[in-house]
Structures are given as structure tokens and as C-alpha cells.
Design a protein around this ligand. Structure first.
Ligand code: KG4
Ligand code: ZN
Length: 340
């Protein structure tokens, strides 16, 4: 079955064609038009500007995804088995463009729609090219907007075990990078600085909620801690690699420890990472070691190109939902206001 995926929940306009058969998902085309250059200037995504860019980009991006998959306009109706579109959570005015486009295409091609939760999409990036995932699985989704732990019963059913009470891990990286004047998005920039640090560290950041008896997180205190530390140090600019290294250590340590606790409690046979922050090299290394060496579980993480927002992950989630018959008629697809 061929699935067209559409993703417009934040600042990437993306479309992808994947093919699915049994438990196997393969990406045939994956087109992303990023707006990072536009939002960089403001240190974060400006929703109104993001919405306008999606309107401009959506058709060319879909056309390119179909073209690279060798599907002509005339053939789309016959060749596609479903259109998977991210309909929650995200910026409402951004989501609308993807959803309305999917509805119109569904109407004209008479191809059913599968609405996809963006976070479920991030998790489903792990299904691309991997047929050996054992369930139950526990997934840590870490992005600019979310930090959550999920229990996966199969490819399309998941249950949220807990999440952040305030800032998401990616948001913490982005805010810390902004405080230090590094730019946007902050995660890769903080990592780059952190890699330069060698030696004895003169600072240490708190590990919020690391021992709490739940699956929740809290990262907002970390940026306040960073703010006070650099205020107290007139030479802080010289020490950016050290601050970055320690800031990253605090986040990675909390994430890996809580992932381990949840995986153990749920008897997970597979452990996985998902979301933009799963591109973080230290997180990938530590989580893999924890899952394989300490828990004896299988470990999965998305290929780098599928860590940040893309439509292949939406199409991958859409394929498994379609297998489960979770189609919706074009006129019934809604933007979900449920941002949880
Ligand atoms: O999943 P994503 O592309 O968008 C959302 O759904 O939010 O995630 C973007 C987030 C940003 O906060 C960015 O700073 C973070 O992922 N990120 C990273 C890295 N690459 C991207 N954080 C830490 N280390 C990285 N290498
Ligand atoms: Zn995302």
C-alpha cells in the first residue's frame, strides 16, 4: 500500500510517499521545506509567519513528493491507498493548511484520510526500515513541544505514561541557546558547544524530578539556573562550552534515568527514542547503552533524517493506522484542539 504523508504542524512543510507491507515500511520520497532561516531571526517560530509559508509551500512540496515517487497527478487516485495527515498537536493555523489540503485531495482522488497525532508520528519514525520491534515497547518522545513517555502495545496503539509539567526538553535547549546568544534551533548549537568542552567542570545544574515517583519531567528550572549562573560570571562567554556541556548532561541524565525506570516498570521488550531531541548524540549513545546493556531490551532510534519534523514519519504512522482501519471521511477530519 502506498501512503502520502503530509506534515505542517510547526515550521516545516513536508510531504512523503511511503510503501507499507505487513510490518515493513519503506520511504520512497521525503520532501521537507524548512522555515528555519525565516524564524531564526526571531529566536523561535512565529506562528503567523509559519502559517503563511505553509500556504505557499504545500502544493509544490506535495507535487515533488509524488514526482520523486514516480506518481503522476493522473495516477495518484489509483496508486495511493491513503493520505495520512498530522492533525494534532501543533500550531492550529499551521495544521490547518495540511489538513485542508489533505481533505481537498481526498475529495478529488477519492482516497481515504488517516488523521495522525504528530507525536505518534515521531514514534513511528522508528518503524521505518525496522521489522523486528518487539512489544510492549516504551518510547521517549523529546521534541521542541513535548517530552513524554509512551507505552506501545503494538504499532498503532499507545498510552501516555507521563510528560513534562512545564518546558519540553527541546524548549529548554532552545531557551538556553537564546540566553547565551547561540541562535535557533538551540539543541544542535548547544551540542556543538558541548563537544568543545574538555576538562574539569566548574558548574553543575540540577536534575529536576530525577528521582520522582512518576513518569513526569520538569525542565523550566534549568534555564533559570543557567540565567543565574551566567549573571554571576562576568566572563561567562568564555565558558559557553562548559555551560553547554553541563546543561546537556543534566537533560540527558534525567531523560535516560526516567526512560529506564518506565521501561523496567512496563517490562518493555523494546526501548525507543523519538522527536527532534533524539538527534542528540549523547542521548542516543546513553539510551542505547542503558537499554541494551542494562535492561537487555532491543533499542531503536530514528535515522537522523527522521528525528526532526518530516512527513515520512506521519505516513509511517498512517500506514499502521490504515491497517487497523482507522480512516476518516474527508468532511469529518478536524483540527484537534486537544494539545495534550
Ligand atoms: O521534533 P521537532 O523537529 O519539532 C517539534 O515537534 O518540536 O523538534 C525540534 C527540537 C528543537 O527544540 C531542537 O532544538 C531540538 O529538537 N533538537 C535537538 C537536537 N537537534 C534538534 N536537541 C538536542 N540536540 C540535538 N542534536
Ligand atoms: Zn515534531
Amino acid at each position: 500500500m502506498l501512503i502520502l504523508g503530509i506534515e505542517t504542524s510547526c515550521d516545516e512543510t513536508a510531504a512523503s510517499v511511503v510503501s507499507g507491507e505487513k510490518n515493513k515500511v519503506e520511504v520512497i520520497s521525503n520532501i521537507i521545506s524548512s522555515q528555519v532561516e525565516i524564524h531564526k531571526e526571531y529566536g523561535g517560530v512565529v506562528p503567523e509567519m509559519a502559517a503563511r509559508e505553509h500556504v505557499v509551500n504545500i502544493i509544490p512540496v506535495i507535487e515533488k513528493a509524488l514526482e520523486e515517487a514516480d506518481i503522476s497527478r493522473e495516477e495518484a487516485a489509483d496508486k495511493l491507498g491513503a493520505i495520512a495527515v498530522a492533525n494534532r498537536p501543533g500550531l492550529i493555523t499551521s495544521l490547518l493548511t495540511g489538513i485542508e489540503t489533505a481533505k481537498v485531495l481526498s475529495y478529488f482522488w477519492n482516497v481515504p484520510i488517516v488523521p495522525v497525532d504528530h507525536i505518534q508520528g515521531h514514534i513511528s519514525a522508528n518503524f521505518i526500515g525496522n521489522t523486528d520491534i518487539d512489544f510492549p515497547a516504551v518510547a521517549l518522545t523529546v521534541s521542541g513541544g513535548h517530552t513524554s513517555l509512551f507505552l506501545l502495545k503494538n504499532h498503532h496503539k499507545s498510552e501516555c505514561l507521563g510528560g513534562t509539567r512545564d518546558d519540553a526538553a527541546g524548549e529548554a535547549f532552545d531557551k538556553a541557546a537564546k540566553l547565551m546568544g547561540l541562535g535557533y534551533p538551540g539543541g544542535p548549537l548547544i551540542s556543538e558547544q558541548a563537544e568543545k568542552w574538555k576538562g574539569e567542570s566548574g558548574v553543575s545544574f540540577p536534575r529536576p524530578m530525577i528521582n520522582s515517583n512518576d513518569n513526569d519531567f520538569s525542565f523550566s528550572g534549568l534555564k533559570t539556573s543557567l540565567l543565574y549562573k551566567i549573571k554571576d560570571n562576568p566572563d561567562w562567554k568564555k565558558d559557553i562550552p562548559m555551560y553547554s556541556h553541563e546543561f546537556e548532561s543534566a537533560i540527558v541524565e534525567v531523560l535516560v534515568k526516567k526512560l529506564r525506570k518506565a521501561a523496567e516498570a512496563e517490562g518493555a521488550r523494546s526501548v525507543m527514542l523519538a522527536g527532534g531531541v533524539s538527534a542528540n548524540k549523547r542521548l542516543r549513545k546513553r539510551a542505547k547503552r542503558m537499554a541494551e546493556d542494562e535492561l537487555g531490551a532491543k533499542f531503536f532510534m530514528p535515522d537522523m533524517e527522521y528525528t526532526t519534523d518530516n512527513a515520512a514519519m506521519i505516513a509511517s504512522a498512517g500506514y499502521f493506522l490504515a491497517q487497523a482501519g482507522e480512516f476518516v471521511k474527508a468532511e469529518d477530519v478536524k483540527v484537534s484542539l486537544d494539545q495534550s
